[in-house]
Ligand binder design. Sequence first.
Ligand code: ADP
Ligand code: MG
Length: 256
Amino acid sequence: MAAPTVSPPVWTPDQPIVQLIDVHKSFGSFEVLKGVSFDVKKGEVICIIGPSGSGKSTLIRCINALVPVSSGTIRVENIEVADPKLDKLALRRKVGMVFQQYNLFPHKTALQNVMMAPIHVLGQDKREVEERARDLLKKVRLSGKEGSYPGELSGGQQQRVAIARSLAMRPDVMLFDEVTAALDPETVKEVLVTIRELAEEGMTCLLVTHEMNFARDIADHIYFTDRGVIVEHGPPATFFTAASDPRTREFLSQVL
Ligand code: ADP
Ligand code: MG
């Protein structure tokens, strides 16, 4: 008997663009995610906050199939991320990810870093890719730095190259995992400005961040995770002023 079809064959924008249903993840006997569920709609900006070690990075890596889930369902549009036959390339074209460590290729210029995936992964035409890469560097306010090597750029500039590099794959969703955590304070703002502009243009964004003011400003919805579960969530207006869970309140009292 054929297995029942669990995913809708065609995704339409009125459906969640990212959907997690009862996601569990264990590393050995250590359960890091203990049943996480939420939906992200197209164009929404979701911030995930919570103490170190609560499973935020694991969660976001599961969405991008960098970490396999132990059980539960993750869908990105109509892609079943936990499907053993997952087409990873199809997923990578939909989901861009930026990490705390920007991991640019040190011996490639900013422009070359942005051009690499579309040329080598997607096999796109070099001239068109270059034109788009220049536009993307302009978008992240790095015009004039096309020929610079990562070592010649500040942390914030490198992180913006990393954002442009992700955008070069034309993702529908962007995941950001503490992308400003390793930056000098003076370069944090320029990266946040770039993310804000993306969000304002309608990019669906999931951000793990410790920048509470930024989260309050930019998020449509905030999730607070602790020890592998979402203990509280809501729009910023209620989340920051009326958190009811004691762990959330304690966390907020330390960071605000
Ligand atoms: P956060 O991003 O909220 O700080 P993480 O998702 O990075 O939390 O980690 C959650 C827990 O899972 C931590 O205790 C961490 O040590 C553990 N962990 C993460 N990745 C692995 C792994 N690959 N193998 C074993 N344990 C891991
Ligand atoms: Mg983390």
